[in-house]
Design a protein around this ligand. Structure first.
Ligand code: DGY
Length: 320
């Protein structure tokens, strides 16, 4: 009997073709809606491989219902939706998609930074809705990006790619990370600083740290209080790294100037999240890696990893 793969979202047929030749591939046929939990739990009972997206909660309950499962491949570089401890306990391989999304996510990060600094969404909305009534001397005025100080919290591959872009804008680049990047400091002049110093000095604070127990709530009321009143916070990592209630207060009270958010604690963000009614917040639906080439590239990595594990080879991009 062929080994079985279950895919939790409708994915590109071209990417799936090599898998279909060798395996019994089953797929939840919606691109935009998550597979219901009860169906997912039924499916995993018979699978050898599970191909997931960030919205799928791969927890102990799921692992315990999947006696044949050998590999979970996640269509993301982040893997906070998967209980890695249980995967390890049960000898199940988990893979992700690093590298291929670095430049695309850095593009989006820089785009969100520019859009937030220069109030692009608000201005665009006014043009479309007929609220652009006259040219106004101080209308839509924002913050300068060129020559400003950028503070990157979490200097991994994406952080470095954002910093390289910022160099083209003559920005001073501060970073905070678990480990220092001496090569990048020498080559590009990036400056390592403690988190509090970064928050106090940066005009733009970009959160790119991984989601871990240590980073949850890392930016709370105290940290936001250290930022300049003119500063902009950009979060493209995971929503829960920033305390959303504290962020709302800081934005409403003018303790910081604006925020650009591609990620939220709960996704899709509930319509009653108070951040959505603040004019100084620019919001996006978690699209950091969303270019056609990159998403297809991510899928190829997942497909290859699943193929490798099911055929007895060591996969690339193994998380555990
Ligand atoms: C990731 O890869 O972790 C992004 O957040 C989703 O593309």
């Amino acid at each position: 009997m062929k080994q079985r793969i279950f895919i939790t979202r409708k994915l590109d047929d071209g990417v799936l073709a090599p898998l279909r030749e060798k395996f019994d591939v089953r797929m939840w046929e919606s691109e935009s809606e998550s597979v219901p939990r009860d169906i997912l739990l039924q499916e995993v009972a018979e699978v050898d491989a599970l191909w997931t997206v960030l919205a799928d909660n791969v927890d102990r309950e799921l692992f315990e219902m999947a006696p044949k499962l050998k590999v979970v491949s996640n269509l993301a570089v982040g893997h906070n939706n998967i209980d890695l401890e249980v995967a390890k306990e049960r000898g199940i391989i988990v893979t992700n998609t690093p590298g291929v999304l670095t430049e695309t996510t850095a593009d989006l990060t820089f785009g969100l930074l520019l859009a937030t600094a220069r109030r692009l969404m608000e201005a665009e909305n006014d043009v479309r809705t007929g609220n652009w009534t006259s040219w106004s001397p101080m209308g839509y005025t924002g913050m300068d990006v060129g020559g400003a100080t950028l503070g990157i919290v979490g200097m991994g591959r994406i952080g470095e790619a954002v910093a390289r872009r910022a160099k083209g804008f003559d920005m001073r680049i501060l970073y905070h990370n678990r480990s220092r990047k001496m090569d990048a400091e020498v080559e590009h002049g990036f400056e390592y600083v403690e988190l509090d110093a970064l928050l106090g000095e940066a005009d733009f604070v970009v959160i790119l740290a991984p989601y871990t127990p240590e980073t949850v709530g890392m930016i709370g009321a105290r940290e936001l209080g250290l930022m300049k009143k003119t500063a902009v916070l950009i979060n493209v990592a995971r929503g829960a790294i920033v305390d959303e209630v504290a962020l709302y207060d800081a934005l409403k009270n003018g303790d910081i100037w604006a925020a650009g958010l591609d990620v939220f604690t709960t996704e899709p963000v509930p319509q009653d999240n108070p951040l959505l009614i603040l004019p100084n917040v620019t919001v996006l639906p978690h699209i950091g890696s969303a270019s056609i080439t990159t998403r297809l590239g991510m899928m190829k990595l997942n497909g290859q990893a699943i193929m490798d594990v099911l055929e007895g080879r060591e996969p690339e991009n193994r998380v555990v």
